[in-house]
Design a protein around this ligand. Structure first.
Ligand code: TMP
Length: 206
């Protein structure tokens, strides 16, 4: 089972991805917990360029391609092999981030992005996607506490508002794959809700 977490800045998805992985492992399941951009040596290099190198002045298209270069490497070297071994894969962000950030955020064409994504992933799609939805001001304020904003966090409020709306629209359009959670809920109760959702879905599959 391939489970992804999505959300705007400071939505708490990384914590929840970790919590879900821990719970699955406690049940004796083998879990690959990974993240995008990153997760491989190439991905880690690209993450550094994408998040912190303002002076490169990446264009939207270059940004989209680098995100997908990281994704291609991660899918082929880690995610697909793990799924083929029958393991769980939990990924903190995946292709839907490109549609939300480079599509709605940067204004690139969704269909063109979809074909780049399809090339990068060779068609791999998550079985379940957890959207942690938070008002953008709330999420950014959480990040502000951490004090070091990356290239994306430093974008204007309007950018993040478009990203959030795009996520909600994607979730609405495909309720078979997406589950939407209120990211302002306490982390423990969120973790319980996500756990229940995964257990229910697994029950349906077996
Ligand atoms: P995060 O994973 O620590 O939240 O940060 C990664 C940043 O990269 C985040 O601001 C969203 C952005 N991003 C994209 O713009 N497109 C993508 O395809 C991915 C995976 C991430």
């Amino acid at each position: 089972m391939f489970i992804t977490f999505e959300g705007t800045e400071g939505s708490g998805k990384s914590l929840q991805a970790r919590r879900l992985s821990e719970r699955l492992r406690a049940q004796g399941r083998v879990v690959l917990l990974t993240h995008e951009p990153g997760g491989t040596p190439l991905g880690t290099e690209l993450r550094g360029l994408l998040l912190h190198r303002d002076e490169l002045q990446l264009t939207g298209r270059a940004e989209a391609l680098l995100m997908n270069a990281s994704r291609a490497q991660l899918v082929e070297t880690l995610i697909r092999p793990a799924l083929e071994r029958g393991e769980f894969v939990v990924c903190d962000r995946f292709a839907d981030s490109t549609l939300a950030y480079q599509g709605a955020g940067r204004g690139l064409d969704g269909q063109e992005l979809a074909s780049v994504i399809s090339f990068a992933t060779a068609g791999l799609q998550p079985d379940m996607t957890m959207l942690l939805d938070v008002p953008v001001e709330v999420g950014l304020a959480r990040k502000h506490v951490q004090d070091q904003r990356n290239r994306f966090e430093a974008e204007a409020l309007a950018f993040h508002t478009r990203v959030r709306a795009a996520y909600l629209a994607q979730a609405h359009a495909d309720p078979q794959r997406w589950w939407c959670f209120d990211g302002t809920e306490p982390p423990d109760s969120l973790a319980d809700s996500i756990w229940q959702t995964v257990m229910e879905r697994m029950g349906r599959r077996t």
